[in-house]
Ligand binder design. Structure first.
Ligand code: BTN
Length: 200
């Protein structure tokens, strides 16, 4: 009975609409559309105009949001390091010039060797060892992660462990621990960014 009444009411409304020259509206996905006409047009448009890929600007933005270890870096102590090209397997080498030292001998550049992950987000973790043999018996290992902010500025957030040469085992005082944050500097090698006017 209820069905019959509803059908009769619907039929009546449709006839009234037809008689008065109005179009029959129906509701689809929460939007009132003119029958099925609009969704058919939308389907046709999607087929011929698929969603466009990233614009050159968006591609540049995506590339600059990836952190690249290769280059010249400085930490808050004023130490500098240059990381050479990262190989396909993630390994890299470079040179570290520390601004501070415990050693008696004058500071010299030291070699570093490490490896990084390759992650989709371009914010990889990495680790490297600095062998200070050019002026010290110590060894330092660094581990950290590279981050890029929304302006493309990269930082290397690291933690390090330094082992000094002890006379024998159980020398608790022979190990130091700390953190360093590196930012990228312009230049080609470890000494290049040292300017007499102190500008960076
Ligand atoms: C030494 O003093 O025996 C060698 C130099 C150690 C320098 C340390 S490594 C951790 C910290 N970060 C730096 O840039 N320099 C110091």
């Amino acid at each position: 009975m209820i069905k019959k009444i509803s059908f009769a009411v619907a039929l009546g409304m449709a006839s009234l609409g037809a008689l008065s020259g109005q179009k029959l509206l129906c509701q689809e996905d929460g939007n009132v559309t003119e029958g099925k006409k609009r969704s058919e047009e939308e389907r046709a448009t999607k087929k011929t105009n698929p969603r466009p890929g990233p614009t050159p600007g968006q591609q540049r933005q995506a590339a600059s949001s990836k952190c690249i270890l290769t280059g010249l870096w400085r930490n808050e102590l004023g130490s500098k390091m240059q990381i050479q090209e990262v190989k396909g397997d993630g390994t890299f080498s470079g040179e570290y010039k520390t601004a501070v030292s415990l050693a008696q001998r004058p500071i010299q550049p030291a070699s570093l060797n490490g490896s990084q992950h390759f992650d989709k987000a371009g914010q990889p973790t990495f680790g490297f060892t600095v062998n200070w043999k050019s002026f010290s018996d110590s060894t330092t290992v660094f581990t950290g992660q590279c981050f890029v902010d929304e302006n493309g500025k990269e930082i290397l957030e690291t933690m390090w462990l330094l082992r000094e040469k002890a006379k024998g085992p159980n020398g608790w005082e022979a190990t130091r621990v700390g953190t360093n944050v590196f930012t990228r500097i312009k230049g080609q090698n470890v000494d290049e960014s040292v300017r007499s006017d102190g500008a960076r």
